[in-house]
Design a protein around this ligand. Structure first.
Ligand code: SD4
Length: 322
């Protein structure tokens, strides 16, 4: 089990303004906050592979923003993950449409919603953030923008996804989130300079109504990053997460002193109290503070997240409410 070893330390180096690797840059007047980082966490077991790529960047003193983008691209490209990127299950009309967003340490954000035919929506979201004055691009406009940035159209529907869609058409049963469908990847990273970034990417709820957009690409719902406090990301039934602006709520709770796990738990409690979600609905949150403390919590049993720190990459079962 992971044990945290973050602590507040006043040091001579801090008073003369020397920035030591692994410590936060602070002014000469303030104590250095020493934390346990770099660190990366991401939702679900597919986060393990994604973390490996992110860790290579972080352990080489790379930027958290690059780590989260490259990390979740691993999941986007994996045809066996049927809820993200290539291989993601389509909407009810048989179109694979993707939602993704990204935030950096300065609070900049970029997002694409309902993007089709592009394997790496997270990278398009980063381009929206870095190359435009906008935050969100949707649908056809997002696709045209992606192509203008050199992304190429690809068929994202795999034979497995097509078969599942055909079967669903025949049975028209609902498809429980987080059970057969292994869910969105949200990734949060804190780099060796003490900077936070996050990314979130999904094909959304399997066989969703055409046009439906969930929480994942919505800043504050599926993802939020505030370098002064921490970051949070969400997975599960997006409608529930949207209605409490889940990730923003968690960051604000941490700002007011909650631990990451308690903040995630409070978000889940709020969802449960307001909406009493049915037995097929799952919601899970992960959170990371600027000192490297981590936590997660879910509505129901079964949510896990991958943590990589000091080169050790492990899967943690989140505590749950019901
Ligand atoms: C959504 N939160 O679109 C995402 C879905 C998810 O399987 O996590 N999915 O609501």
């Amino acid at each position: 089990m992971y044990t945290r070893r973050s602590f507040l330390q006043t040091s001579v180096a801090g008073t003369i303004g020397i920035f030591l690797p692994g410590k936060f840059p602070e002014t000469s007047q303030t104590p250095i906050l020493q934390g346990d980082f770099p660190v990366v966490i991401s939702t679900w077991d597919h986060g393990l592979k994604a973390n490996e790529t992110a860790w290579k960047i972080l352990s080489d003193s790379g930027r958290a923003l690059d780590a989260v983008e490259q990390g979740v691209r691993v999941t986007e490209a994996d045809p066996n993950v049927t809820s993200v990127g290539y291989g993601g299950f389509p909407d009810s009309s048989g179109h694979v449409t993707l939602d993704a967003c990204i935030m950096d340490e300065k609070g900049n954000a970029g997002s694409v919603v309902y993007l089709s035919d592009i394997k790496h929506p997270v990278s398009v979201a980063r381009m929206v953030m870095e190359k435009t004055s906008y935050v969100i691009l949707a649908g056809r406009g997002a696709l045209e923008f992606a192509e203008s940035q050199g992304f190429h159209r690809e068929n994202l529907m795999t034979p497995v996804a097509r078969k599942a869609w055909k079967e669903w058409l025949e049975s028209k049963k609902s498809y429980p989130v987080g059970k057969r469908n292994h869910d969105t990847i949200g990734m949060l990273a804190l780099d060796s300079s003490g900077n936070l970034s996050g990314a979130c990417t999904t094909s959304g709820i399997a066989f969703k109504m055409p046009g439906r957009v969930g929480d994942s690409p919505i800043i504050g719902a599926g993802l939020y990053v505030d370098n002064e406090v921490g970051a949070a990301a969400a997975t599960g039934q997006g409608e529930l997460i949207l209605k409490i602006v889940g990730s923003f709520l968690i960051v604000e709770l941490m700002r007011n002193g909650s631990t990451p796990e308690d903040a995630c738990r409070e978000a889940v409690l709020r969802i449960n109290k307001k909406f009493s979600p049915g037995p097929d609905l799952q919601v899970g949150f992960i959170a990371l503070t600027r000192k490297g403390q981590i936590g997660g919590f879910s509505l129901r049993k079964g949510f896990n997240y991958a943590l990589c720190r000091n080169g050790k990459n492990e899967l943690i079962d989140a505590k749950w409410l019901i």
